[in-house]
Design a protein. Structure first.
Length: 402
């Protein structure tokens, strides 16, 4: 059962939006100084960004596990694993421990992310999807912003934010336990003769064109999104010479602009189309990163990050909405696991682009590379990816006629 048509945006507050707020709050506390914390272990830029990137692994196994155990158990396991691994990161004394706990946290984040995405795909009608997922993206941004504001009051400690994140994660598990209603479909009736591995192969064979074009676009998007969270603190500290407190203020201000844009993003996606939010939004985003290359003061860096926040906010929920639009109804979990893996691959590339280029040249060159990747994403979505709002509406009309 899907439950589509029985859920409203209001009914998703406790099972989806409030848990999303708590986890993004914890992430918001950690994110402004995550790269500084890892680099404090006397690592190069390349090694620092590698440690951050290793959390990408575990998405495909998480997608298979999701369809076997259901949405609710995956959310519970994911948030509990995330809480324990985050505690481990906060107590780590050696880089090996950091890598291990980052890998484990990646599994937890993948389980949570895939299960909540599949849950929303199950219960939200296509004509409400853009606004509902944009609202979800907005809640994430509000949570992140609140976490960033709170981080200012944590003093100079780089470890304390991880303990706050762990508390937020375990609180999320309790909310999911009480408010999530299982929506998992009976996959045996849909593909009775196929194993999970064979279903993945069939899915790849039938969707490879969309996964190639839209997938490359998503890689570019997540590369610049994750890259900016790494480069802003490093650039502010090493190039501009700012303190952790000043960097937290800049990140917080950028996020405040980011989070204000999600209602506009959702309205644009559902009324005009997904591309009308993605193309202008990512153009502005990339331009802000390009401007950061020339920042040499607190004010200039603040202005460039505000532009980045504006562009990213205009794209609120676009990648999740696109993935939900493209997901075949019979294989939502498997498709979204691949979609998330593709996105997280981009999320892993982002830190590595920043780190490797900074070690070879400098952080200004990293800004230039990220901006180029951002403009590439704009070109891909403009020319190569179909408008999925029209595609889904046509499919919906056809299914009602038949």
């Amino acid at each position: 059962m899907t439950g589509k048509g029985k859920f409203t945006r209001q009914s998703l507050i406790f099972p989806v939006y409030l848990p999303a707020f708590l986890l993004s709050f914890g992430n918001g506390v950690v994110a402004p100084t995550l790269s500084l914390y890892i680099k404090s272990f006397n690592l190069s830029y390349t090694m620092t960004t590698f440690v951050i990137a290793v959390s990408v692994f575990g998405n495909i196994p998480a997608g298979i596990l999701l369809e076997r155990i259901g949405r609710k158990p995956a959310m519970l396991i994911g948030t509990i694993v995330l809480s324990l691994s985050t505690l481990g990161i906060g107590f780590a004394q050696h880089v090996t421990e950091l890598i291990i706990y980052q890998l484990i946290s990646g599994i937890g984040i993948a389980l949570w992310g895939l299960s909540r995405h599949a849950y929303m795909t199950d219960v939200i009608p296509v004509e409400e999807r853009g606004r509902s997922i944009a609202l979800f993206g907005g809640i994430n941004r509000i949570g992140t912003f609140t976490g960033q504001v709170s981080s200012i009051f944590l003093g100079t400690s780089l470890r304390t934010p991880f303990f706050v994140y762990a508390v937020a994660s375990i609180s999320t598990a309790f909310l999911c336990a009480f408010f999530i209603i299982e929506t998992q479909r009976d996959i045996k009736t849909q593909h009775p003769s196929l194993s999970h591995t064979k279903r993945l192969l069939v899915l790849l064979k039938t969707n490879y064109k969309l996964l190639t074009t839209a997938g490359i676009g998503q890689i570019c998007v997540q590369t610049i999104r994750r890259g900016r969270t790494i480069i802003i603190p490093l650039y502010g500290n090493k190039v501009v010479g700012l303190t952790p407190q000043s960097i937290r203020f800049i990140v917080m201000f950028s996020s405040s602009v980011d989070m204000l844009m999600f209602p506009i993003a959702g309205l644009i996606m559902d009324k005009l189309g997904r591309k009308y939010a993605m193309v202008p939004g990512f153009t502005i985003f990339a331009t802000g990163i390009l401007m950061m290359k020339y920042s040499n003061s607190f004010i200039f860096l603040l202005v460039s990050t505000i532009i980045i926040g504006f562009g990213n906010g205009l794209c609120s929920g676009t990648m999740m909405t696109l993935g939900a639009d493209l997901a075949p109804s019979a294989s939502v979990g498997e498709f979204l696991s691949m979609w998330r893996f593709i996105g997280n691959f981009g999320g892993a590339v982002g830190p590595l682009v920043v780190g490797n280029i900074a070690d070879i040249w400098d952080l200004r060159s990293s800004c230039l590379a990220l901006a180029g990747i951002g403009y590439s994403a704009v070109l891909i979505f403009l020319v190569m990816v179909p408008e999925t709002l029209k595609l889904n509406n046509n499919n919906h009309k056809h299914s009602r006629r038949s």
